[in-house]
Write a protein that binds this ligand. Sequence first.
Ligand code: COA
Length: 268
Amino acid sequence: MSEARTSPESALTAIPSPGSHPAPVGAEVEIWWSRVDVGNLSGSLRSELTSHLDPDRVAKIGRYRRPEDRDRGLAAHSLLRRVLSAVTGTPPPAVELGSFCISCDEQGHGKPYLRTGGTSQPVEINLSHSGEIVIVALAAPGVQVGVDVEQGRTVDWEAMRSSIFADQEWAATERRTDREHRRLFTWARKESSVKASGHGLSLPLRDVVTVEETDGTWSASMPAGVGRVAGADLDLAPDVAAAVAVLREQGWPEPPVLHQVQIGLAGG
Ligand SMILES: CC(C)(COP(=O)(O)OP(=O)(O)OC[C@H]1O[C@@H](n2cnc3c(N)ncnc32)[C@H](O)[C@@H]1OP(=O)(O)O)[C@@H](O)C(=O)NCCC(=O)NCCS
């Protein structure tokens, strides 16, 4: 299995001010991510992050029982809205988001999308959060994108094996000395693929089969009717496995651009 894509930048980036950041075009994909000290954010930071959200999201996050989950949700959705504000010029809480479940053909749940705001055709988005990491992917209009991150997980791999891995994927990880980390990357590849498609976990992960490409990227064959996915691993930090995928018949076009931002303090 290949190593993850290396981040082109290690310095923290400030989220650009509203309307000052160009939308991705063509095959460009941007990744915005942060390490967050979940469960320990200050009251003032929590208030600030809350001020970026819309009332429905604030209410939803308020129903999470654990402070870690609330902080993760606040950080992820604040990041999403601030990045979209940077592209569209709309203030973060006014950014209009919808969600659509392609499996049920219903609005109101499923993959989030940008409704309106400054661009003639909205940019495509996806979001993931796990452990201390929150991550947002941005792609040009019409480019279906999915992102997944795994961090801080203890996994019973033998128990998960049959539901997640195709036999050849499992065999490829068994040859590795860093096999548990590679399995997490394989998992992230598959989840980013089903998220790019919009179906999420209603597609069985075992039926999404990833293959290494010679340039270090990967592709995935999807269950019938969903098409193919091209993907790239994201090398964010040694304890993190993350991947981004786009629905696309051809290979991955150009490396995603990584932006690490600071939301609170936790070495990130
Ligand atoms: C969406 C899903 C893949 C999330 O996976 P996860 O590893 O638990 O969580 P992640 O942090 O990576 O991603 C969560 C984000 O994905 C996004 N998302 C939700 N549904 C999505 C979908 N169908 N496709 C792509 N992205 C989706 C949301 O932004 C969500 O953020 P939120 O939970 O803060 O609102 C998974 O929970 C799922 O597929 N659920 C629905 C399963 C299903 O049966 N759907 C069809 C019947 S309704």
